[in-house]
Design a protein around this ligand. Structure first.
Ligand code: BES
Ligand code: MG
Ligand code: ZN
Length: 497
C-alpha cells in the first residue's frame, strides 16, 4: 500500500509554502487564478510570456515546469473554463500526483485551481491527488531503494471540508485496490473477514462471519456447492452499520468475494487465469464503501453481505449437472461450474432479502466475460428492477465520472435461465446475452418488491498490464495496472455520503 497520506489545507500564499514544487493552473484563454498570478510575478512573468509565444496553451492535460531560484513551478493546463468541472479537477489532481512521483518530489504545494471554494470541488481535488498517487509495490523487495512515494500535498485555498471528505473516500478506494491487487494466497476469504472486523471496530458496526459449517447448516447451498472444491476456509460476511434510527430502512450492499476463480471442473484456459485473483473485486467495492462509512460516520443505515470462497476442482468439488438449493429454497441446475459467482450471490441476496427490510439492494460482481465484449473496459454493466433506483445510479455515475450502461432485464431473457429439471439453471442460452443472463439469474433471489440494481464490474474492476481499462490519458487518477476500485465513489454518492 502506497499513496499520499498527508493532505493539508492552508490559506497561506502558495509561494510562501516550503515544498519541493508548487503547482498552478492555466486556462486555455490565458487566465491564471489569483494565486497563479502572484506566482507568475515571482517568475518575472515567464508563464504569461510562454502563453503569448504559444509555448504553453492551457490545454487540458498539458503540463510544463518553470524554474527560478525558488521551488520549481508546475503549470497545468485546465482547458476551457466553461467546461471545467469536478471530473476535470480529479484529472488535474491525478496528473499532478503522477508528475510529482516521476520528478521525485516528496512534498508539493498547489492552489485549488480556480475552484470557487465549494466542497465537492475540494473533494474531487483530494480524490484525484490521492488516487493518482497510488502505487502497489508491496512485493518488490529487490527494488525497494528505487521506489519513490509522494508523501505530502499542501493545498492553498478552497474547501477544507471537501478536501478531508475526498481524502477519506480516496483512501477507501486505495484500500479496495490493495485488496484486489494482493494475490489469491493473501487476499483469502479469512483475510476479507478479518478486514471486515477491523472496519467494523472502527465504525462501530456489528460484524458476523459464518464459516463453512454454519452457512451449510442454514441452507446456503450455492456458497456451499462452490466452496466444496477448496480447502481454503470459505466465509459469509455480514456487516451492519446503524448510523440513524433503526426504523430507517437500510441500504444493502452485496459483493462477490471469489478470491480465486479457476473455473472449477469446467476449468478455464491457463492464459490469464492469474487475473482471476481479481474475482473478489465485488467484495472489495463493498469493503471499500464500509471503510469510508467507518471514517465518515454518515447518518444512514447500511448492511453489507459478502460471500467469499475460492472456486477449485478438488475431489469434493461440485460438478456440472449437480443441483444445488439456495438459501431462499430455489433449486439450481449447475450447467457450468465457472458460472459460480451467481451461485454464491444467490445465497447472499436471499439472506439479506429475508432478514432485512432494505431500502434497496446493490450487488457488485465480476460476473461475466460477456460484459467486456459488450462494453469493453469503459463502463460497468448495470441492470435492475426499479427504474427510479437505476436513475439514481445513473445520476451518481455522472457526478463521479464512473461510467455505467444499463442492460434490459426483459421477461424473454429471464425465461432463458429457467431449467427443465430445477427452478433455474446457472447459464442462459449459449453464446447469447451472457451478462443479462447473469442478472436474470440473480433476480430470482431478490425478494419481490425490493428495488435492486446489479453491477457487473468484470470490465472495470481492474486494468490489465497493457493499460486498456483506464488509459492513462483518459483517467490520470487511475492506476497504471491492477485493481481500480471503480464504482466505490459512485456508490458512496448514491447512498448519500
Ligand atoms: N469471474 C468470471 C467472469 C470474468 C471473466 C470476469 C473474465 C473477468 C474476466 C465468472 O465467474 C465466469 O467465469 N463467468 C463465465 C460465465 C459463463 C460460464 C456462463 C464467463 O463469463 O465465461
Ligand atoms: Mg467463473
Ligand atoms: Zn468468477
Amino acid at each position: 500500500m502506497a499513496h499520499l497520506s498527508k493532505l493539508n489545507h492552508t490559506t497561506d500564499a502558495l509561494d510562501s509554502i516550503k515544498s519541493d514544487a508548487i503547482a498552478i493552473g492555466l486556462f486555455e484563454d490565458g487566465t491564471l487564478t489569483s494565486r497563479g498570478k502572484s506566482v507568475d510575478k515571482t517568475l518575472n512573468g515567464q508563464i504569461s510570456v510562454a502563453y503569448k509565444r504559444n509555448d504553453i496553451k492551457g490545454k487540458e492535460g498539458e503540463m510544463e515546469i518553470f524554474y527560478s531560484d525558488q521551488s520549481p513551478v508546475i503549470v497545468i493546463g485546465l482547458g476551457k473554463s466553461k467546461d471545467f468541472n469536478n471530473e476535470s479537477i480529479r484529472k488535474v489532481g491525478g496528473s499532478l500526483a503522477k508528475k510529482a512521483i516521476t520528478k521525485k518530489y516528496t512534498h508539493i504545494a498547489c492552489e485549488n485551481f480556480g475552484g470557487k471554494g465549494t466542497a465537492d470541488f475540494g473533494q474531487a481535488l483530494a480524490e484525484g491527488l490521492i488516487l493518482g498517487s497510488y502505487q502497489f509495490n508491496d512485493y518488490l523487495t529487490k527494488k525497494k531503494d528505487e521506489l519513490f512515494e509522494l508523501k505530502k500535498v499542501t493545498v492553498s485555498g478552497g474547501s477544507h471540508v471537501g478536501l478531508s471528505k475526498g481524502a477519506e473516500i480516496a483512501k477507501s478506494v486505495c484500500f479496495a485496490r490493495d485488496l484486489g491487487n494482493h494475490p489469491g494466497n493473501v487476499s483469502t476469504p479469512s483475510r476479507l473477514a478479518n478486514d471486515a472486523k477491523k472496519i467494523g471496530r472502527k465504525g462501530k458496526m456489528k460484524v458476523s462471519v459464518f464459516d463453512r459449517e454454519k452457512f451449510t447448516e442454514i441452507g446456503m447451498g450455492g456458497l456451499a456447492g462452490v466452496a466444496a472444491g477448496t480447502d481454503e476456509p470459505p466465509k459469509f460476511i455480514l456487516m451492519e452499520y446503524w448510523g440513524t434510527k433503526k426504523s430507517v430502512k437500510p441500504k444493502v450492499l452485496v459483493g462477490k468475494g471469489l478470491t480465486f476463480d479457476s473455473g472449477g471442473i469446467s476449468i478455464k484456459p491457463a492464459s490469464k487465469m492469474d487475473e482471476m485473483k481479481f474475482d473478489m473485486c465485488g467484495s472489495a467495492v463493498v469493503l471499500g464503501c464500509m471503510h469510508a462509512i467507518a471514517a465518515l460516520k454518515p447518518k444512514i443505515n447500511v448492511v453489507a453481505a459478502i460471500s467469499s470462497t475460492e472456486n477449485m476442482s478438488g475431489s469434493k468439488a461440485y460438478k456440472p449437472g449437480d443441483i444445488l438449493t439456495a438459501y431462499n429454497g430455489k433449486t439450481i441446475e449447475v450447467l457450468n461450474t465457472d458460472a459460480e459467482g451467481r451461485l454464491i450471490l444467490a445465497d447472499a441476496l436471499s439472506y439479506v432479502s429475508k432478514h432485512y427490510d432494505p431500502a434497496f439492494i446493490f450487488d457488485f460482481a465480476t460476473l461475466t466475460g460477456a460484459v467486456i465484449i459488450a462494453l469493453g473496459h469503459i463502463a460497468t454493466g448495470i441492470m435492475g428492477t426499479d427504474e427510479k433506483l437505476i436513475e439514481k445510479v445513473k445520476k451518481s455515475s455522472a457526478r463521479t465520472g464512473e461510467k455505467v450502461w444499463e442492460f434490459p432485464l426483459w421477461e424473454e431473457y429471464c425465461e432463458q435461465v429457467q431449467s427443465r429439471i430445477a427452478d433455474v439453471k446457472n447459464m442462459g442460452s449459449p453464446g447469447q446475452a451472457g451478462t443479462i443472463a447473469g442478472g436474470a439469474f440473480l433476480k430470482e433471489f431478490v425478494r419481490e418488491g425490493i428495488p435492486w440494481c446489479h453491477f457487473d464490474i468484470a470490465g472495470t474492476a481492474w486494468d490489465d498490464i497493457a493499460g486498456t481499462a483506464w488509459d492513462d490519458k483518459e483517467k490520470p487518477y487511475g492506476p497504471k495496472a491492477g485493481a481500480t476500485g471503480n464504482v466505490i465513489r459512485l456508490v458512496l454518492d448514491a447512498i448519500g455520503l
